[in-house]
Write a protein that binds this ligand. Structure first.
Ligand code: ATP
Length: 588
């Protein structure tokens, strides 16, 4: 397939943010795409080469790309840099420079999607001392044969700046329309995606085998399953109202969620956002296979830091000391953990997600042997408020956050947040009290003690429908000197020259960040706001929602991707749930 076709589609898609239009452009593109390249197209649309869990990153620096443009066009580096500064986007700048140039250049050969993809893949795989030269060679060879428009998109993919604003749901809508003629079939695609986390593979199957192939879609070992998530409840009464008169209560441990895929001695670990995390947990890799009594298995557990002397659970921050590149062995000894299993999703070649909670828990206990390191998460079947309160007390005393409440007769719903699982944290009981996980989108330089740091951060929710990050508050409290320094180290490399198009904010920050980092905040209340853009127009026209008195809790949620942050939907639910007070009139 000619890359020009894809570049033209990208160009059209960049001109709109409207979901219906984007869907239409995608349908047209998919209809023109040969089935054997559709997975590649789906990855490229999202600026990727493979599904996230494979961890393949292009990692090309701007400087290198500028050198490659200069090499293939003969235009001096200085001129390219100048244009880049003017445009704020290297892809766009290069197309303008090359446009002036093409009058004298002739194209050697048409480039195909396959060639671009394969070259990008080779670049991503390159490492070692000579890799920079090789990368440059590959890039300039592509640019030599590309038109200005094609070059601009090749560079955007290489630099990770291709942002078409196309959410996964939009891709699935378009696939359903293009290959089954009916958008309603999106639900079937959604299931396949939820159990494989691989949109390219889903696209390939619907294109090649139609809906029948999608219906037969099966879980594959070592392909992560998107996690099932829980709704919040504020009280025991509310839980009973939603769950009926008998359900399971488990400790809600404050650690890291780990999805374990195991066959013999081969173990792969995935985080909540489905990144590979074996590096941080060599102890899990070494010890857990001995506890497994099955040929192969997919399990979910919470890895929690513990006090080795008392066995008490320690907070999440302790565990985060393991998130380091070097001296991991030392961190493993200094921050010991236990692995606390709470679900089983696959066993001996068969899916378990269709089984209900009770059946899964029985299976879990059958196929895992407990010891000092591997545990089942404490669970009790509860029937009334007293029993929940008792178990909550035990849970808090053991050092955990609260309870997870789970319906006994429900299956595992991969990739969805719903009321079959509820979380009840102690802190939810006071005022809003609830914590939110928000994306850092902007920063304001600090004064006094905070000079040289970002003293205040601008935060956003995730808008699932639009795939954007609308602002919800500024936060300047709750930061220790240590956390300010740590945040600066993490955020500084994420500064972008231009505001990312997925950021929706009327407020002007001193610096804009690529929307990637998620931090936890608490607030006293959610109010209507004429300035902030979260849930804009939902409660009232031209009015969004904002947090009142937000405070950083000290938790940097490294295990969450920006798309895992609290959504507009969640904020709307919290807003509606809070007691109606006179503040509604009191716009922020
Ligand atoms: P939170 O911000 O409250 O940690 P989350 O957004 O990460 O939540 P939720 O579904 O809202 O995800 O809460 C469930 C999280 O709690 C899981 O991702 C997991 O890490 C953790 N957890 C601790 N104990 C359990 C348990 N018994 N069952 C399921 N998840 C548990």
């Amino acid at each position: 397939m000619e890359f020009a076709t894809l570049a033209e589609s990208f160009n059209k898609m960049e001109s709109t943010r409207k979901r219906l239009e984007l869907t239409q452009f995608l349908v047209e593109l998919f209809e023109k795409t040969p089935h054997n390249v559709i997975s590649k197209i789906v990855y490229l649309i999202q600026g990727k080469l493979r599904p996230d869990f494979e961890g393949i990153e292009l990692g090309v620096a701007e400087k290198l790309a500028i050198r490659a443009i200069s090499k293939s066009s003969g235009i001096p580096i200085k001129k390219i840099e100048e244009e880049y500064r003017k445009r704020g986007d290297l892809g766009h700048a290069s197309s303008i420079i090359l446009e002036q140039k093409t009058q004298t250049t002739f194209l050697v050969e048409d480039i195909t999607v396959e060639r671009v993809y394969d070259t990008l893949f080779k670049i991503a795989k390159l490492g070692g001392s000579r890799s920079q030269d090789m990368k440059m060679k590959y890039i300039s060879s592509l640019l030599n044969d590309a038109t200005p428009l094609e070059s601009s998109f090749i560079l955007k993919i290489l630099l990770g700046t291709l942002r078409l604003g196309i959410a996964e749901n939009t891709v699935m809508d378009a696939l359903a329309i293009a290959f089954s003629g009916n958008k309603e079939n999106r639900k079937k695609l959604q299931h396949a995606y939820n159990v494989s986390s691989d949109l390219g593979k889903v696209a390939e199957i619907i294109a090649m085998k139609g809906l029948e192939g999608i219906e037969k879609f099966e879980i594959v070992l070592f392909n992560p399953i998107r996690p099932m998530l829980a709704d919040r409840v504020k009280s025991e009464e509310e839980a009973i109202e939603k769950m009926g008169n008998q359900f399971a209560a488990e400790y809600k441990l404050d650690g890291e969620r780990v999805q374990l895929h195991i066959e013999g001695d081969k173990v792969e670990l995935f985080s909540r956002s489905l990144e590979r995390i074996e590096n941080y947990y060599p102890d899990i890799i070494e010890k857990i296979p001995k506890n497994i009594q099955a040929d192969n298995i997919i399990l979910e557990a919470e890895a929690v830091a513990i006090n080795e002397n008392t066995g008490e659970f320690l907070p999440f921050q302790e565990l985060m000391h393991r998130r380091r590149k070097y001296k991991i062995e030392k961190a493993v000894t200094e921050y010991p953990i236990t692995v606390n299993f709470f679900d089983i999703l696959y066993c001996n070649g068969k899916s378990c997600v269709e089984l209900n909670y009770k059946e899964r828990r029985e299976k879990l206990e059958k196929h895992i042997k407990e010891d000092e390191f591997a545990k089942y998460i404490p669970m009790r079947i509860v029937k009334n408020q007293n029993e929940i309160e008792d178990f909550m007390e035990n849970s808090i005393n053991a050092g955990s956050e609260g309870l997870m409440l789970k319906m006994l007769d429900k299956p595992y719903q991969a990739g969805s947040r719903g009321s079959h699982w509820l979380k009840l944290k102690r802190e939810y009981r006071n005022e809003l009290g609830d914590s939110l996980d928000l994306v850092v989108i902007g920063g304001f330089f600090g004064k006094g003690r905070r000079t040289g740091n970002y003293g205040t951060l601008l935060l956003a929710t995730y808008d699932e429908d639009e795939d954007t990050f609308p602002s919800i508050c500024k936060v300047g409290t709750g930061f220790s000197d240590e956390s300010l320094d740590q945040l600066y180290q993490i955020l500084h490399p994420k500064v972008s020259i231009k505001k990312n198009t997925r950021i929706i904010s009327e407020m002007e920050a001193d610096v804009w960040f690529e929307p990637e980092l998620v931090i936890e905040v608490v607030a006293s209340e959610i109010t209507l706001s004429p300035i902030h853009k979260a849930a804009l127009n939902v409660i009232r026209n031209d009015i969004g929602l904002a947090l009142r008195f937000p405070k950083f809790t000290g938790k940097i949620r490294v295990e969450k991707a920006a798309e895992d942050a609290s959504t507009n939907e969640e904020v709307i639910t919290l807003y509606k749930g809070q007691k109606k007070v006179a503040h509604d009139k009191n716009l922020m």
